[in-house]
Design a protein around this ligand. Structure first.
Ligand code: SF4
Ligand code: SF4
Length: 299
């Protein structure tokens, strides 16, 4: 039976498309954005996260770890991530929930049941299900079949994507998607490569393709000071997006350092950027509006 690895299910989401939604976060992403606010969604396998504030230093994890990856050093729990294979044994035994596994396998039926539980909210608010990540289309086979099921039971579908997939996958996904939430980060290909780990030609071409296919699209622009807030980038984005007829709105998503502490819990490091101030957000908004776009701040 086909299964997907999901790291979060957010109920009553109001920033992931129209109405009240259930957002399902699929694990695995081909990009490595420096500011990623879901670093636990990057790797395509379950990962152990350690919450130091919940830990009572009982030493249980040190005792039960089959790979001897945990030790208590100077009164602190240290996990050797090079040894740890994310088996989850310590998670099972930790008495305080200080160790959690990000990533759980679901069947289509199980996710459908999760979605059905919130149907009254969708009907009341014009909401539905948003497929997010990570990059959900890394698990495209499952996602396409799940979207097909959602359409069969008449639930509105939105797909939040980086657009970094093949044309064929994007075409297939579009058959069962009512709305795309499409991330555009940096317009310059070299800068895009530097800050995300991939070039942006596939992403831009897929956005054009969706537009040609008549898809409904909301473009999402994560605003990261010092990375993509320069006028040249904003104008290039305004120019590109204004030439697409299917883009209904452009959402500026101001940077928040949420990913920094999550990365620490995974034993990784993430750079912290400045949060954009109101003045900067207004300036960017005004420039984008010059291109005739409907610009909103937030999801
Ligand atoms: S997840 Fe497994 S290998 Fe990693 S620290 Fe816990 S018990 Fe050890
Ligand atoms: S088992 Fe949990 S509470 Fe005990 S030392 Fe390990 S992380 Fe801390």
């Amino acid at each position: 039976m086909i299964k997907a690895l999901v790291f979060d299910i957010k109920r009553y989401a109001i920033h992931d498309g129209p109405g009240i939604r259930t957002s399902i976060f699929f694990k695995g992403c081909p990009l490595r954005c420096w500011w990623c606010h879901n670093p636990e969604g990057q790797e395509p396998y379950p990962e152990m996260m350690y919450y130091e504030n919940r830990c009572i230093i009982c030493g249980t994890c040190e005792k039960v770890c089959p790979l001897k990856a945990v030790s208590i050093v100077d009164g602190r729990v240290v996990t050797n991530r090079k040894l740890c294979d994310n088996c989850g044994v310590c998670v099972e035994y930790c008495p305080t929930g200080a160790r959690e596994l990000a990533g759980k396998w679901y069947t289509i039926q199980e996710l459908l049941e999760e979605a059905e539980a919130d149907r009254p909210f969708y009907e009341e608010s014009g909401g539905g299900v948003t497929i997010s990540g990570g990059e959900p289309l890394m698990q495209h086979e499952f996602v396409i079949r799940f979207l097909e099921e959602l359409k069969r039971v008449e639930i509105h579908t939105a797909v939040d994507t980086s657009g970094y997939v093949s044309k064929e996958i994007m075409k297939n996904v579009s058959r069962f998607t009512d709305l795309f939430l499409y991330d555009l980060k940096v317009m310059d290909p070299q800068k895009h490569l530097l800050y995300t780990g991939v070039r942006n030609d596939i992403i831009l071409n897929n956005l054009k393709l969706l537009d040609e296919l008549g898809a409904r699209i909301w473009v999402r622009f994560p605003l990261i000071p010092g990375v993509n807030d320069d006028e040249a980038n904003v104008r290039a984005m305004g120019e590109f997006v204004s030439n697409l007829k299917g883009v209904e709105q452009l959402n500026i998503l101001p940077y928040h350092p949420l990913g920094v502490s999550k990365a620490e819990r995974l034993g990784k490091e993430q750079k912290r950027f400045e949060k954009p101030n109101r003045q900067l957000i207004d300036k960017i908004m005004n420039i984008l509006e010059e291109y005739g776009l409907l610009v909103k701040v937030g999801g």
